[in-house]
Design a protein around this ligand. Structure first.
Ligand SMILES: *Cc1c(COP(=O)(O)O)cnc(C)c1O
Length: 383
């Protein structure tokens, strides 16, 4: 299963890789799509040969096309390692932390990521240093003596943009392992390995699968050694995805380029209009020239993503009223699906206390942008 390269000297564009990658070898009568294989075990006897399929917790062929295409998109030379969820992938990254070690991560990282570090602190004495991801000097000062730097950029949900090349280089110079959660940007918009990261993690639940019907994660590694360790962690802990989920994720990935292109363009339009709306106090989207992350995102990203942060006038009650008033936008958690969703993040007790109470996180989908705008505008005026 390889991506055909009609001109091997010219790398295929990512928007081609998502379509052409991970298909069965061409032969008369061969299926165009990889088969979904449901088998927990494989015929085997005697001493297993290297690469021989044995048991589906160790490896199963339905994972391979997705793992190869994702690696290709992230610019990795070895396959990605798919996990049961984004959190399972992040737990695999945290398995590199020794007992009593130090992890540096954004104070506005995904709430379950923060929760998992708190758990590691309580159980095995991991020291957790939370930083402002946008404060390059602060991040660089914190990585000295750390074991792991886990970054999100843009952060969930505050959309801070880190200077990834600068902080990743500083960590590397100090021998600190680095990982970037690339869920928000997707590899079409940002390629952390090229910016200097050792590991990339994804909640494939979001944009990669893209249809809100799958929970899935993945880790992409810069070296064979790291990839092998991540893979061994998956086999030992059993944090494996089901073949159906991975098959569906590849199905979703085929349209990633179109979906990202559409939703990013709509997000930029909506962010601009929201910034001028009388019922809106503040908008965060890196596409806005006034956004603190705009210059960095322009330098390091191939777009601005499709997540918007918005604070309506009137506090948390007004934010809840907007969520209650929308009809097309879906009031729901999660993000990165074809349908537009929104939620007030501080409704969770576990959300970081420095996230404003009235912050709405909007995930822009692929509906008609004018329909999305009319619904939002009406809900803001009604609220
Ligand atoms: C959703 C999310 C996760 C967790 O992924 P799951 O698939 O829900 O386990 C991790 N990081 C970010 C940035 C996310 O948005």
């Amino acid at each position: 299963m390889t991506t055909p390269h009609p001109h091997p000297e010219v790398p295929l564009a990512p928007s081609t890789v998502v379509v052409a990658g991970g298909r069965p070898a061409r032969a008369a009568g061969a299926p165009v799509n990889p088969p979904l294989v449901l088998s927990s075990t494989y015929v085997s006897q005697g001493v297993p040969q290297p690469g021989e399929p044995l048991y589906a917790r160790m490896d199963t062929e339905t994972w391979h096309p997705f793992e190869e295409v994702l690696a290709d998109l992230e610019g990795a030379a070895r396959p990605a390692v798919a996990f049961a969820s984004g959190m399972a992938a992040i737990a695999a990254v945290f398995s590199f932390l020794p007992a009593g070690g130090t992890v540096v991560l954004p104070r506005h990282a995904y709430q379950a990521t923060l929760g998992l570090t708190d758990d590691l602190a309580a159980r095995i004495g991991v020291r957790v240093v939370r930083v402002d991801a946008a404060d390059t000097d602060g991040v660089v000062a914190a990585v000295g003596g750390a074991d792991l730097l886990l970054l999100e950029s843009p952060t969930n949900p505050m959309l801070e943009v880190a200077d990834l090349p600068a902080v990743l280089a500083a960590a590397r110079a100090r021998g600190v392992l680095t990982a970037v959660d690339n869920t928000f940007a997707t590899p079409l918009v940002q390629r952390p390995l090229a910016l200097g990261a050792d590991l990339v993690v994804h909640s494939a639940t979001k944009y990669l699968a893209g249809h809100s019907d799958v929970v899935l994660g993945a880790v992409v590694a810069a070296t064979d050694d790291l990839a092998e360790r991540v893979r061994a962690h998956r086999t030992l802990t059993g944090a494996i995805p089901g073949p159906v989920e991975v098959w569906l994720a590849l199905r979703g990935l085929r349209t990633l380029a179109l979906r990202v292109e559409r939703s990013q363009a709509s997000a930029a339009v909506l962010a601009g209009r929201l910034a001028a709306h009388p019922a809106v106090a503040e908008v965060r989207h890196p596409s806005l020239p006034s956004d603190p992350g705009h210059a960095r995102a322009t330098r390091h990203m191939a777009g601005y993503g499709s997540i918007i942060g918005m604070r309506p006038h009137g506090g948390p009650a007004a934010a809840d009223a907007v969520v209650a008033a929308v009809r097309l936008w879906v009031p729901a958690t999660s993000l990165g699906g074809v349908e537009s969703t929104l939620e007030r993040r501080r409704r969770y007790a576990t959300e970081s206390p420095t996230v404003p109470e009235d912050l709405l996180r909007l995930s822009v989908g692929i509906e008609d942008v004018e329909d999305l705008w009319r619904d939002l505008d009406r809900a803001l005026r009604a609220g």
